[in-house]
Write a protein that binds this ligand. Structure first.
Ligand code: PMP
Length: 286
């Protein structure tokens, strides 16, 4: 039975109850985070928490939570749920009000909910065994504050569904100028002539922790050239490799873009180097 954490208490999932007047439910007024844990070892715990605290500050949710408090909650949840390969989902809404009113209410306490879910084992850099991804594309129609990890994910959900309904694993998104932003639930990378490229961060992209760690690892431990800059649709169409990154996928190799093979439909050699380095250093960022 899954054990979850709600407002200071651990309990079986079916006992966790939240008021319908919670602003997370009524407005999607909250911040969330997903931290991967493999056999009890987190990946990127500190940067995940930094992003979450930045998100809470951005939407002015007042709280007294600390990094060590969340470390304890996450460790305890993993232990209570078997310490396997787990994603830890943390959701902090502004709290429960007595009426539905847009303005931020005073004197409400944030609602904190956390639970774990099974994730695949950390991928190894094995071209024969690695999962591959098919993606399609769409204009990015989300809001202008995608750098905030808001629980209001309908835009992402609709973009994800567009790909899912077409038999794809993800949807790559392009802004009105046909520049790559990210994917509906991942950051995006391309490789051209041995150079790893990813869109520079701005308010149209989530600052992904896998992206952050991967860039750091490539810069520290490889000679691979890395560029963060605008990437055009034409560059994506002509890429040697395309990757999507997220906490549960790590570096995911895309082998099909809008029905056309990428790198002849096979995982590319730079992916192998990148995932291998990620696997070696993934636990260094806690
Ligand atoms: N972009 C979006 C829109 C996301 O939802 C996610 C997380 N699923 C990411 C990027 C990747 O972020 P991270 O590497 O921190 O999981």
């Amino acid at each position: 039975m899954s054990i979850v954490y709600l407002n200071g208490e651990y309990m079986p999932a079916h006992e966790a109850k939240i008021s319908p007047m919670d602003r997370g439910f009524l407005f999607g007024d909250g911040i969330y985070e997903v931290v991967p844990s493999y056999g009890g070892q987190f990946v990127g715990f500190e940067p995940h928490m930094t992003r979450m605290f930045d998100g809470l500050a951005a939407i002015e949710i007042q709280h007294e939570f600390s990094l060590e408090y969340f470390r304890d909650v996450c460790q305890t949840l993993c232990e209570k749920n078997g310490n396997g390969n787990l994603g830890i989902y943390i959701h902090i809404s502004r709290g429960t009000d007595v009426k539905r009113h847009h303005a931020y209410p005073k004197d409400v306490r944030p609602t904190l909910f956390a639970y774990t879910f099974d994730i695949p084992a950390a991928p190894s850099a094995d071209i024969e065994k690695a999962k591959t991804y098919k993606v399609n594309t769409h204009q990015d129609l989300r809001w202008q504050r995608c750098n905030i990890k808001s629980t209001a994910l309908l835009g992402n959900v609709m973009h994800y569904q567009h790909g899912h309904a077409a038999g794809c694993d993800e949807t790559l998104l392009f802004n009105a100028d046909n520049q790559l932003t990210e994917a509906s639930s991942c950051n995006a990378f391309i490789v051209k002539d041995g150079v790893v490229l990813t869109p520079n961060l701005d308010s149209q992209k989530l600052p992904g922790i896998t992206r952050l760690i991967l860039l750091d690892i490539l810069k520290k431990y490889s000679d691979i050239k890395v560029e963060e800059r605008i990437i055009t649709r034409a560059e994506v169409d002509n890429a040697d490799e395309i990757w999507i990154t997220s906490s549960t996928k790590q570096v995911g190799a895309v082998v099909e873009l809008d029905g056309k093979p990428v790198n002849g439909g096979k995982i590319g050699p730079v992916w192998q180097q990148a995932q291998s380095l990620f696997s070696t250093h993934q636990f260094d960022y806690n």
